[in-house]
Design a protein around this ligand. Structure first.
Ligand code: PEP
Ligand code: MN
Length: 270
């Protein structure tokens, strides 16, 4: 592969700062929050809960890339403003998806990290636009992207000057249809062999099945992932999007407790 800005030998491993949190320094960082910001109260309730439970970065979608144009599309800028408020109250840095290069400027003041969603991984004008910003980028793997496509997408961002990029494996489409996607755990060590960037996993989108989030988080941890992103909702059965792959507070707490038990075991893999 012809990588100039994100390749492993260009410098030592990249540490990406998101607010006061560092990704890629050997800690296993937990990103969590609702798939979609559905309103101010639900976001604040979730954020306050997550803050008490070791979450480092709050996620929440406001511009939602839904398969159907008739599904809930997100609260857009109003939602991003709630995210900022949640960040001010809890002290957690926040990440949200940007779908259109024209929204980068308006979202910028409210967030700590831009998320590029799976469906936009090869939206090259969007990649270049976030590459010109001085805020970090969470780049999710395209749902049909090869490993090379994935790294080249990161390179597009870095070419513009911004190499504060965290990769995110969120599953790819395969012939398997019982799970929503197939998580490709092998890209975690592979990304570290070829690039200097940290990589996290998203077992919510990676599987689509709530009960698989904990085991796949542990698989990612053992493979050397730098963190995990999990969808959490106060009442997943009533969620406006992705309820089946969201944890409620009780299950999330079980996951955090399990992580506390095992985290130290795989530190040398990161
Ligand atoms: C998300 O994280 O909100 C999301 C839409 O994920 P993906 O882009 O991986 O489908
Ligand atoms: Mn989702």
């Amino acid at each position: 592969m012809d990588l100039k800005f994100i390749n492993k030998d260009s410098k030592e491993r990249k540490r990406v700062k998101v607010g006061g949190i560092t990704i890629g320094n050997g800690d296993f960082v937990v990103f969590a929050g609702p798939c979609a910001i559905e309103g101010r109260d639900m976001l604040l309730e979730t954020a306050l809960y997550l803050k008490k439970n070791n979450v480092s970065v709050l996620r929440g979608g406001a511009f939602k890339p839904r398969t159907s144009p008739y599904s809930f599309q997100g609260l857009e800028l109003e939602g991003v403003k709630y995210l900022k408020e949640a960040s001010e109250i809890t002290g957690m840095p926040v990440v949200t998806e940007v779908m259109d290069p024209r929204d980068v400027e308006s979202i910028y003041p409210y967030i700590d990290m831009f998320q590029i969603g799976s469906r936009n991984m090869q939206n090259f004008s969007l990649l270049r636009e976030v590459g010109k910003q001085d805020k970090p980028v969470l780049l999710k793997r395209g749902l049909a992207a090869t490993f090379e496509d994935f790294l080249y997408a990161a390179e597009y961002i870095a070419v513009e000057g911004n190499d504060n990029i965290v990769l995110c494996e969120r599953g790819i489409r395969t012939f398997e249809s019982y799970t929503r996607n197939t998580m490709d755990i092998s890209v975690i060590p592979l990304a570290k062999e070829l690039s200097k960037l940290p990589i996290i996993i998203d077992p919510s989108h990676g599987t689509g099945i709530r009960s698989l989030i904990l085991p796949m988080t542990l698989a990612g941890l053992a493979a050397g992932a730098d963190g995990v992103m999990i969808e959490v909702h106060p009442c997943p059965d009533k969620a406006l999007s992705d309820g089946t792959q969201s944890l409620d507070f009780e299950d999330f707490e079980k996951l955090i407790n399990k992580l506390k038990e095992v985290e130290g075991c795989f530190k040398d893999m990161r």
